[in-house]
Write a protein that binds this ligand. Structure first.
Ligand code: ADP
Ligand code: MG
Length: 312
């Protein structure tokens, strides 16, 4: 959760400030993936039981799937394709069958998402934790799409509905059964690799995957690009029955959010890839406010919030 200067993002910034700037052409801390000198993409993400998933509500195989999928999503957010992954699994002792059940999800995800699982580490510890590091590459000689390229006047797009995973979590917490699409989004997210490539080919200037909620993630993109944004409430695709605030601040969607100057070129690129057109949800503006446009002539601030780990 949002945690003032004791939070995750302040720590990352303190760490970044203590390290040398990366050489030209290399992207270090601060984007969805690092970009290495040879152009490869490199990222890592951990899922921890009780923090990122709850084994009352999902299977160990779901957790394994998701650990691979969220890493592939960071590759997608650069316009890249995944190549290889290594997986570190920490397992609580005394739970026979847990390791192989996690392994089922890892293998399914590696197979279906097209990433070679080439190594890892296995250890015991207090709770189930799965860490995946992934390597990828941007195809066709294109440059990776960073968070920092958005310009005033660009249209802001999202590749699909926001808030489904949150809706499923809300339902589970209240003892209700989530709808199948919401449950699938929460437990088996499908990273938008093809959409990321289509966005890059369609002239995307900046891109991020929506893992922490659109408000937070478009905020990261705006911070990196030095711009502001206006999001149109009515244009945000969200499930029936979910408030706009939950749709904008709930995490775990794993859709992509990107900016591009030429809407027709974006639509043509998605059509050429036989993908549904992305949703235009707003525009990049000057200044430093992040606005939610309620009607054509009224606005408020984008809701703050979204996922940030409180690390004390
Ligand atoms: P994402 O949600 O796309 O995985 P994060 O919000 O987790 O990105 O991280 C933001 C940036 O900070 C990324 O570039 C990530 O590589 C970097 N980062 C996060 N934690 C650390 C850490 N412990 N050490 C170095 N870099 C980190
Ligand atoms: Mg990301």
């Amino acid at each position: 959760m949002i945690g003032a200067m004791a939070g995750e993002f302040a720590f990352i910034e303190r760490l970044r400030a203590r390290l040398p700037d990366p050489p030209a052409g290399v992207v270090g801390i601060g984007d969805d993936c690092a970009v290495l000198a040879d152009g490869r993409l490199f990222a890592v993400d951990s899922l921890v039981a009780g923090t990122h998933f709850d084994l009352r509500w999902c299977t160990p195989a779901d957790a394994g799937w998701k650990a691979v999928a969220v890493n592939v999503s960071d590759i997608a957010a650069m316009g890249g394709r995944p190549e290889a992954a290594v997986v570190a699994v920490t397992l609580p002792p005394g739970e026979p069958g847990l390791a192989d059940a996690v392994g089922d999800g890892l293998v399914e995800a590696a197979t279906e998402l097209g990433v070679a699982l080439v190594g890892g580490d296995t250890t015991s510890g207090p709770v189930l934790s799965i860490t995946v590091a992934v390597l990828g590459r941007v195809p066709d000689g294109r440059a990776p799409v960073l968070r920092r390229g958005a310009s005033v006047g660009d249209t802001v797009f999202v590749t699909g509905p926001l808030g489904l995973a949150t809706q499923a979590l809300d339902d589970l917490a209240a003892g209700r059964t989530p709808s199948p699409p919401a449950a699938a989004r929460l437990h088996r997210p499908w990273p938008r690799v093809a959409d990321g490539e289509a966005a890059a080919a369609g002239g995307a200037t900046a891109m991020i995957d929506v893992s922490d909620g659109l408000s937070a993630d478009i905020g990261h993109l705006c911070d990196a690009s030095g711009v502001a944004v206006g999001i149109e409430q009515a244009a945000v695709p969200r499930p029936d029955g979910l408030s706009i605030e939950r749709a904008l601040t709930g995490g775990d969607d794993y859709e992509l959010c990107f900016t591009a100057p030429d809407r027709a070129r974006v639509d043509a690129s998605f059509a050429a890839a036989e993908l549904p057109a992305p949703h235009a949800v707003g525009a990049i503006i000057g200044g430093d406010r992040r606005l939610l446009l309620l009607t054509p002539d009224s606005f408020t601030d984008l809701p703050t919030g979204g996922w940030e780990h409180d690390i004390g």
